[in-house]
Structure formats: structure tokens, C-alpha cells
Write a protein that binds this ligand. Structure first.
Ligand SMILES: [Zn+2]
Length: 56
């Protein structure tokens, strides 16, 4: 449960390139869950998967 299509935050681009991530779970991943709906962008954005989502 909670597995969704890849998404990332519109604010991700404000972080250093090495810290930018995308998520694939919007309930079990706390950082992913905390991204408000209006800040979500579909797709990976070309960023690596977040460490939490990678384990889910
Ligand atoms: Zn995540």
C-alpha cells in the first residue's frame, strides 16, 4: 500500500543536486508524505530514488 507512480517536489530543485530525490510511496515515506499536493510534480525529475522509498 502507498506505492504510487514516481513523483517529486517542485522545491527539489532548490536543494543541492546531490540531495535531490524522487519518491514512489506517499504514505509510508515520511518525506514523500510531507510534500503538499500542490507541490508535487509527476515523474522522477531525473533524480535518484529516496532512501526510504527504495526500502519500501
Ligand atoms: Zn521517499
Amino acid at each position: 500500500m502507498g506505492k504510487v507512480a514516481p513523483f517529486h517536489s517542485v522545491k527539489e530543485k532548490n536543494k543541492p543536486a546531490s540531495e535531490r530525490v524522487h519518491h514512489t510511496n506517499d504514505t509510508q515515506c515520511a518525506p514523500g508524505r510531507d510534500i503538499p499536493k500542490h507541490e508535487r510534480v509527476d515523474g522522477t525529475g531525473g533524480y535518484r530514488i529516496c532512501v526510504h522509498c527504495a526500502k519500501l
